[in-house]
Write a protein that binds this ligand. Sequence first.
Ligand SMILES: Cc1ncc(COP(=O)(O)O)c(C=O)c1O
Length: 371
Amino acid sequence: MSQINPVQTAEILLMGPGPSNSMPGVLQAMSEPVLSHLDPDFLKIMDEIKEHLQYLFVTQSPHTYVVSGPGSLGMETCFVNLVESGDKIICCHNGYFGDRMHENAKRYGAEIISVTAEWGKPISLDDVENAFNTNINVKLISVVHAETSTGVKNDVEAIAKLAKKHGALIIVDAVTALGAIPLKVDEWGLDAVYSCSQKGIGSVPGMSPVTFSQAAFDKVLNRKNPVPSWFQDITVYEKYWATQTARPYHHTAPSQQYYAILAALRHIKSIGLEKIWNQHIEISAYFFQEMTSRGWKFFVEGDAKLPQLNTVLLPEGFDDASNRTKMRNEFKVEVGAGLGSMFGKLWRIGIMGGNVNKEAVDQLLKAIDNL
Ligand SMILES: Cc1ncc(COP(=O)(O)O)c(C=O)c1O
Protein backbone atom coordinates (compact mmCIF):
# COMPACT_ATOMS: atom_id res chain seq x y z
CA MET A 1 0.00 0.00 0.00
CA SER A 2 1.45 3.40 -0.90
CA GLN A 3 1.73 5.98 1.84
CA ILE A 4 -0.46 9.03 1.37
CA ASN A 5 0.57 12.22 3.14
CA PRO A 6 2.48 10.66 6.04
CA VAL A 7 2.25 12.78 9.18
CA GLN A 8 5.44 14.72 9.73
CA THR A 9 6.27 16.87 12.73
CA ALA A 10 9.29 18.91 13.76
CA GLU A 11 11.44 17.52 16.53
CA ILE A 12 10.94 19.83 19.46
CA LEU A 13 12.74 19.62 22.77
CA LEU A 14 9.79 19.58 25.15
CA MET A 15 10.89 21.50 28.26
CA GLY A 16 7.46 22.79 29.23
CA PRO A 17 5.12 21.44 31.89
CA GLY A 18 4.40 18.33 29.80
CA PRO A 19 4.37 16.43 27.60
CA SER A 20 8.08 15.73 27.85
CA ASN A 21 10.13 13.87 25.27
CA SER A 22 9.70 10.18 25.78
CA MET A 23 12.05 7.59 27.24
CA PRO A 24 14.13 5.47 24.85
CA GLY A 25 12.15 2.70 23.16
CA VAL A 26 8.73 4.30 23.58
CA LEU A 27 8.11 5.50 20.03
CA GLN A 28 9.47 2.27 18.55
CA ALA A 29 7.11 0.26 20.77
CA MET A 30 4.19 2.18 19.28
CA SER A 31 4.94 0.86 15.82
CA GLU A 32 4.23 -2.74 16.92
CA PRO A 33 1.05 -4.28 15.47
CA VAL A 34 -2.33 -3.57 17.03
CA LEU A 35 -3.59 -6.29 19.38
CA SER A 36 -7.15 -6.64 20.49
CA HIS A 37 -8.02 -5.88 24.07
CA LEU A 38 -8.57 -9.55 25.08
CA ASP A 39 -5.72 -11.09 23.11
CA PRO A 40 -3.67 -13.34 25.45
CA ASP A 41 -0.48 -11.44 24.62
CA PHE A 42 -2.21 -8.16 25.34
CA LEU A 43 -3.37 -9.43 28.73
CA LYS A 44 0.25 -10.31 29.55
CA ILE A 45 1.21 -6.73 28.67
CA MET A 46 -1.45 -5.46 31.07
CA ASP A 47 -0.14 -7.72 33.85
CA GLU A 48 3.37 -6.39 33.35
CA ILE A 49 2.12 -2.78 33.33
CA LYS A 50 0.32 -3.41 36.62
CA GLU A 51 3.45 -4.86 38.20
CA HIS A 52 5.59 -1.89 37.10
CA LEU A 53 2.97 0.60 38.28
CA GLN A 54 2.95 -1.03 41.73
CA TYR A 55 6.72 -0.55 41.75
CA LEU A 56 6.38 3.09 40.67
CA PHE A 57 3.61 3.96 43.13
CA VAL A 58 5.45 1.92 45.80
CA THR A 59 2.29 -0.02 46.60
CA GLN A 60 1.16 -3.61 46.88
CA SER A 61 -2.41 -2.63 46.09
CA PRO A 62 -4.11 -4.85 43.50
CA HIS A 63 -6.38 -1.90 42.69
CA THR A 64 -3.68 -0.42 40.44
CA TYR A 65 -4.09 0.08 36.69
CA VAL A 66 -4.08 2.60 33.86
CA VAL A 67 -7.25 4.23 32.61
CA SER A 68 -7.47 5.05 28.93
CA GLY A 69 -7.38 8.80 28.92
CA PRO A 70 -5.19 11.72 30.05
CA GLY A 71 -4.44 12.73 33.63
CA SER A 72 -7.76 14.56 33.72
CA LEU A 73 -9.55 11.22 33.36
CA GLY A 74 -7.57 9.85 36.29
CA MET A 75 -8.69 12.86 38.34
CA GLU A 76 -12.32 12.37 37.37
CA THR A 77 -12.09 8.61 38.04
CA CYS A 78 -10.97 9.26 41.62
CA PHE A 79 -13.69 11.83 42.30
CA VAL A 80 -16.56 10.09 40.54
CA ASN A 81 -15.90 6.88 42.48
CA LEU A 82 -15.16 8.30 45.91
CA VAL A 83 -17.47 11.29 46.24
CA GLU A 84 -21.14 10.89 47.04
CA SER A 85 -23.56 13.77 47.11
CA GLY A 86 -23.43 15.49 50.49
CA ASP A 87 -20.01 14.08 51.50
CA LYS A 88 -17.93 16.56 53.42
CA ILE A 89 -14.57 17.09 51.70
CA ILE A 90 -11.56 19.23 52.48
CA CYS A 91 -10.14 20.49 49.18
CA CYS A 92 -6.62 21.88 49.35
CA HIS A 93 -5.97 24.32 46.55
CA ASN A 94 -2.97 26.51 45.95
CA GLY A 95 -2.89 26.53 42.15
CA TYR A 96 -4.73 25.79 38.93
CA PHE A 97 -4.92 22.00 39.37
CA GLY A 98 -6.03 22.18 43.00
CA ASP A 99 -8.85 24.42 41.74
CA ARG A 100 -9.70 21.72 39.18
CA MET A 101 -9.95 19.08 41.94
CA HIS A 102 -12.20 21.46 43.85
CA GLU A 103 -14.39 21.83 40.75
CA ASN A 104 -14.64 18.03 40.42
CA ALA A 105 -15.70 17.64 44.06
CA LYS A 106 -18.31 20.37 43.56
CA ARG A 107 -19.79 18.71 40.46
CA TYR A 108 -20.30 15.43 42.33
CA GLY A 109 -22.23 17.23 45.05
CA ALA A 110 -19.66 17.39 47.84
CA GLU A 111 -19.96 19.80 50.72
CA ILE A 112 -16.58 21.50 50.40
CA ILE A 113 -14.29 22.97 53.01
CA SER A 114 -11.53 24.87 51.18
CA VAL A 115 -8.00 25.10 52.46
CA THR A 116 -6.09 27.50 50.27
CA ALA A 117 -2.62 29.01 50.11
CA GLU A 118 -1.24 31.84 48.04
CA TRP A 119 0.09 30.67 44.62
CA GLY A 120 3.77 29.85 45.06
CA LYS A 121 3.34 28.70 48.69
CA PRO A 122 2.59 25.17 49.96
CA ILE A 123 -0.58 24.23 51.84
CA SER A 124 -0.10 24.89 55.57
CA LEU A 125 -0.40 21.80 57.77
CA ASP A 126 -1.85 23.96 60.55
CA ASP A 127 -4.63 25.05 58.19
CA VAL A 128 -5.40 21.42 57.34
CA GLU A 129 -5.42 20.42 61.01
CA ASN A 130 -7.67 23.35 61.78
CA ALA A 131 -10.09 22.38 58.98
CA PHE A 132 -10.36 18.87 60.46
CA ASN A 133 -10.78 20.20 64.00
CA THR A 134 -13.56 22.61 63.08
CA ASN A 135 -15.56 20.23 60.85
CA ILE A 136 -16.95 16.90 61.98
CA ASN A 137 -17.41 13.84 59.80
CA VAL A 138 -15.04 14.82 56.98
CA LYS A 139 -14.98 11.90 54.52
CA LEU A 140 -12.16 12.92 52.21
CA ILE A 141 -9.34 15.36 51.63
CA SER A 142 -7.83 16.16 48.23
CA VAL A 143 -4.46 17.68 47.38
CA VAL A 144 -2.05 18.10 44.47
CA HIS A 145 1.41 16.71 45.19
CA ALA A 146 3.29 18.66 42.51
CA GLU A 147 1.31 21.78 41.54
CA THR A 148 2.27 22.32 37.89
CA SER A 149 0.92 25.87 37.74
CA THR A 150 3.33 27.16 40.38
CA GLY A 151 6.15 24.63 40.82
CA VAL A 152 5.18 24.00 44.45
CA LYS A 153 5.37 20.68 46.28
CA ASN A 154 2.71 20.06 48.90
CA ASP A 155 3.63 17.89 51.87
CA VAL A 156 1.41 14.95 50.95
CA GLU A 157 2.99 12.60 53.48
CA ALA A 158 2.13 14.93 56.38
CA ILE A 159 -1.35 15.75 55.01
CA ALA A 160 -2.07 12.00 54.71
CA LYS A 161 -1.10 11.54 58.37
CA LEU A 162 -3.64 14.19 59.36
CA ALA A 163 -6.26 12.51 57.18
CA LYS A 164 -5.68 9.16 58.92
CA LYS A 165 -5.78 10.79 62.36
CA HIS A 166 -9.21 12.23 61.53
CA GLY A 167 -10.56 9.11 59.79
CA ALA A 168 -10.69 10.60 56.28
CA LEU A 169 -9.52 9.17 52.95
CA ILE A 170 -7.08 11.13 50.79
CA ILE A 171 -7.07 11.70 47.02
CA VAL A 172 -3.71 12.79 45.61
CA ASP A 173 -2.97 14.33 42.22
CA ALA A 174 0.42 12.90 41.23
CA VAL A 175 0.26 13.95 37.57
CA THR A 176 3.55 15.87 37.75
CA ALA A 177 4.92 13.91 40.72
CA LEU A 178 4.95 10.24 39.75
CA GLY A 179 8.36 9.05 38.62
CA ALA A 180 9.96 12.41 39.42
CA ILE A 181 9.90 12.87 43.20
CA PRO A 182 9.43 10.42 46.10
CA LEU A 183 5.84 9.26 46.38
CA LYS A 184 5.20 6.21 48.56
CA VAL A 185 1.57 5.20 48.41
CA ASP A 186 1.48 2.42 51.03
CA GLU A 187 3.99 3.90 53.47
CA TRP A 188 2.25 7.30 53.41
CA GLY A 189 -1.24 5.79 53.53
CA LEU A 190 -2.63 7.34 50.32
CA ASP A 191 -6.08 6.13 49.23
CA ALA A 192 -6.57 7.28 45.64
CA VAL A 193 -3.72 8.53 43.47
CA TYR A 194 -3.75 9.37 39.78
CA SER A 195 -1.05 10.43 37.36
CA CYS A 196 -0.35 10.69 33.63
CA SER A 197 1.84 8.97 31.07
CA GLN A 198 3.58 11.97 29.51
CA LYS A 199 5.66 13.52 32.28
CA GLY A 200 7.72 11.61 34.88
CA ILE A 201 6.98 8.27 33.25
CA GLY A 202 8.22 9.51 29.88
CA SER A 203 5.66 7.82 27.67
CA VAL A 204 3.34 9.63 25.24
CA PRO A 205 0.23 11.56 26.38
CA GLY A 206 -3.09 9.80 26.79
CA MET A 207 -2.95 7.33 29.68
CA SER A 208 -3.54 7.77 33.37
CA PRO A 209 -2.11 5.40 35.99
CA VAL A 210 -4.33 5.16 39.09
CA THR A 211 -4.13 3.28 42.37
CA PHE A 212 -6.68 2.81 45.15
CA SER A 213 -6.22 1.53 48.71
CA GLN A 214 -8.44 -1.26 50.03
CA ALA A 215 -10.26 1.33 52.18
CA ALA A 216 -11.01 3.44 49.08
CA PHE A 217 -12.15 0.39 47.12
CA ASP A 218 -14.43 -0.66 49.99
CA LYS A 219 -15.94 2.82 50.07
CA VAL A 220 -16.85 2.46 46.39
CA LEU A 221 -18.32 -1.03 47.00
CA ASN A 222 -20.45 0.39 49.81
CA ARG A 223 -21.80 3.46 48.02
CA LYS A 224 -25.47 4.28 48.54
CA ASN A 225 -25.88 4.76 44.78
CA PRO A 226 -23.90 3.29 41.89
CA VAL A 227 -20.97 5.30 40.54
CA PRO A 228 -22.64 7.74 38.09
CA SER A 229 -20.17 6.85 35.30
CA TRP A 230 -20.21 3.22 34.14
CA PHE A 231 -16.97 3.65 32.16
CA GLN A 232 -15.11 4.94 35.20
CA ASP A 233 -16.62 2.69 37.87
CA ILE A 234 -13.51 1.00 39.29
CA THR A 235 -15.47 -1.99 40.59
CA VAL A 236 -16.41 -2.73 36.96
CA TYR A 237 -13.04 -1.76 35.47
CA GLU A 238 -11.11 -3.83 38.01
CA LYS A 239 -12.53 -7.03 36.51
CA TYR A 240 -10.75 -6.27 33.22
CA TRP A 241 -7.46 -6.00 35.12
CA ALA A 242 -7.98 -9.01 37.40
CA THR A 243 -4.99 -11.24 36.82
CA GLN A 244 -6.50 -14.54 37.96
CA THR A 245 -9.96 -14.68 36.43
CA ALA A 246 -11.40 -14.68 32.93
CA ARG A 247 -11.52 -11.04 31.95
CA PRO A 248 -14.65 -9.46 30.56
CA TYR A 249 -14.66 -6.87 27.79
CA HIS A 250 -14.62 -3.38 29.23
CA HIS A 251 -13.57 -1.10 26.36
CA THR A 252 -11.36 -1.38 23.28
CA ALA A 253 -8.03 -0.60 24.90
CA PRO A 254 -5.67 1.61 22.84
CA SER A 255 -3.00 -1.04 22.38
CA GLN A 256 -0.25 1.30 21.13
CA GLN A 257 -0.62 3.46 24.23
CA TYR A 258 -0.18 0.38 26.38
CA TYR A 259 2.99 -0.65 24.51
CA ALA A 260 4.34 2.86 24.94
CA ILE A 261 3.76 3.06 28.67
CA LEU A 262 5.16 -0.44 29.11
CA ALA A 263 8.38 0.51 27.29
CA ALA A 264 8.75 3.62 29.49
CA LEU A 265 8.04 1.66 32.68
CA ARG A 266 10.58 -1.00 31.74
CA HIS A 267 13.14 1.74 31.19
CA ILE A 268 12.44 3.25 34.63
CA LYS A 269 12.68 -0.17 36.27
CA SER A 270 16.01 -0.84 34.57
CA ILE A 271 17.45 2.36 36.06
CA GLY A 272 15.75 2.13 39.46
CA LEU A 273 13.28 4.51 41.07
CA GLU A 274 15.60 5.98 43.72
CA LYS A 275 18.20 6.70 41.06
CA ILE A 276 15.59 8.41 38.87
CA TRP A 277 14.45 10.62 41.79
CA ASN A 278 18.09 11.56 42.44
CA GLN A 279 18.70 12.35 38.78
CA HIS A 280 15.83 14.88 38.92
CA ILE A 281 17.43 16.60 41.93
CA GLU A 282 20.87 16.65 40.34
CA ILE A 283 19.83 17.99 36.93
CA SER A 284 17.46 20.52 38.41
CA ALA A 285 20.23 21.80 40.73
CA TYR A 286 22.44 22.24 37.66
CA PHE A 287 19.65 24.19 35.90
CA PHE A 288 19.05 26.33 39.02
CA GLN A 289 22.72 27.17 39.31
CA GLU A 290 23.07 28.04 35.61
CA MET A 291 19.94 30.22 35.59
CA THR A 292 20.73 32.10 38.82
CA SER A 293 24.27 32.75 37.56
CA ARG A 294 22.61 34.42 34.54
CA GLY A 295 20.52 36.60 36.89
CA TRP A 296 17.20 34.73 36.64
CA LYS A 297 15.06 34.37 39.76
CA PHE A 298 12.83 31.45 40.72
CA PHE A 299 9.23 31.80 41.91
CA VAL A 300 9.61 29.01 44.50
CA GLU A 301 12.62 28.39 46.68
CA GLY A 302 13.46 26.10 49.58
CA ASP A 303 11.88 22.73 50.39
CA ALA A 304 8.68 23.41 48.45
CA LYS A 305 10.51 23.88 45.13
CA LEU A 306 9.91 21.02 42.70
CA PRO A 307 12.96 19.76 40.82
CA GLN A 308 10.93 18.61 37.83
CA LEU A 309 8.84 21.75 37.30
CA ASN A 310 10.75 25.00 37.55
CA THR A 311 8.99 28.34 37.58
CA VAL A 312 11.36 31.11 36.51
CA LEU A 313 10.29 34.73 36.86
CA LEU A 314 10.49 36.76 33.67
CA PRO A 315 12.87 39.72 33.97
CA GLU A 316 11.53 43.29 33.73
CA GLY A 317 10.73 44.19 30.08
CA PHE A 318 11.10 40.60 28.83
CA ASP A 319 8.48 39.81 26.19
CA ASP A 320 6.84 36.51 27.12
CA ALA A 321 4.98 35.60 23.92
CA SER A 322 7.55 36.64 21.31
CA ASN A 323 10.40 34.96 23.19
CA ARG A 324 8.47 31.73 23.61
CA THR A 325 7.69 31.80 19.88
CA LYS A 326 11.37 32.37 19.12
CA MET A 327 12.36 29.49 21.38
CA ARG A 328 9.93 27.22 19.54
CA ASN A 329 10.49 28.33 15.96
CA GLU A 330 14.19 29.19 15.88
CA PHE A 331 15.67 26.91 18.53
CA LYS A 332 13.07 24.10 18.56
CA VAL A 333 12.66 24.27 22.32
CA GLU A 334 9.27 24.46 24.02
CA VAL A 335 8.83 26.13 27.41
CA GLY A 336 5.52 26.69 29.18
CA ALA A 337 3.78 30.01 29.78
CA GLY A 338 2.45 30.94 33.21
CA LEU A 339 -1.07 29.72 33.99
CA GLY A 340 -3.92 31.87 35.22
CA SER A 341 -2.74 34.85 37.24
CA MET A 342 0.91 33.96 36.53
CA PHE A 343 0.51 34.35 32.75
CA GLY A 344 3.15 36.76 31.45
CA LYS A 345 5.01 36.65 34.77
CA LEU A 346 6.87 33.36 34.60
CA TRP A 347 7.89 30.44 32.45
CA ARG A 348 7.33 26.86 33.48
CA ILE A 349 10.28 24.67 32.66
CA GLY A 350 9.87 20.94 32.98
CA ILE A 351 12.82 18.60 33.37
CA MET A 352 11.04 15.28 33.12
CA GLY A 353 10.76 11.99 31.25
CA GLY A 354 13.43 11.64 28.58
CA ASN A 355 14.85 15.10 29.31
CA VAL A 356 16.35 14.53 32.74
CA ASN A 357 19.90 15.02 31.52
CA LYS A 358 22.51 17.73 31.14
CA GLU A 359 22.33 17.67 27.33
CA ALA A 360 18.67 18.70 27.30
CA VAL A 361 19.27 21.45 29.86
CA ASP A 362 22.30 22.72 27.91
CA GLN A 363 20.21 22.91 24.72
CA LEU A 364 17.59 24.89 26.61
CA LEU A 365 20.19 27.23 28.14
CA LYS A 366 21.79 27.81 24.74
CA ALA A 367 18.41 28.86 23.35
CA ILE A 368 17.76 31.21 26.28
CA ASP A 369 21.25 32.71 25.83
CA ASN A 370 20.44 33.48 22.21
CA LEU A 371 17.10 35.24 22.73
C1 LIG B 1 -1.11 18.59 38.40
C2 LIG B 1 -1.90 18.25 37.17
N1 LIG B 1 -3.09 17.64 37.32
C3 LIG B 1 -3.83 17.29 36.25
C4 LIG B 1 -3.41 17.54 34.97
C5 LIG B 1 -4.25 17.11 33.80
O1 LIG B 1 -3.54 16.15 33.06
P1 LIG B 1 -3.83 15.93 31.48
O2 LIG B 1 -3.46 17.20 30.79
O3 LIG B 1 -2.94 14.77 31.12
O4 LIG B 1 -5.27 15.63 31.38
C6 LIG B 1 -2.19 18.19 34.76
C7 LIG B 1 -1.71 18.50 33.41
O5 LIG B 1 -0.66 19.01 33.19
C8 LIG B 1 -1.42 18.53 35.90
O6 LIG B 1 -0.23 19.14 35.76
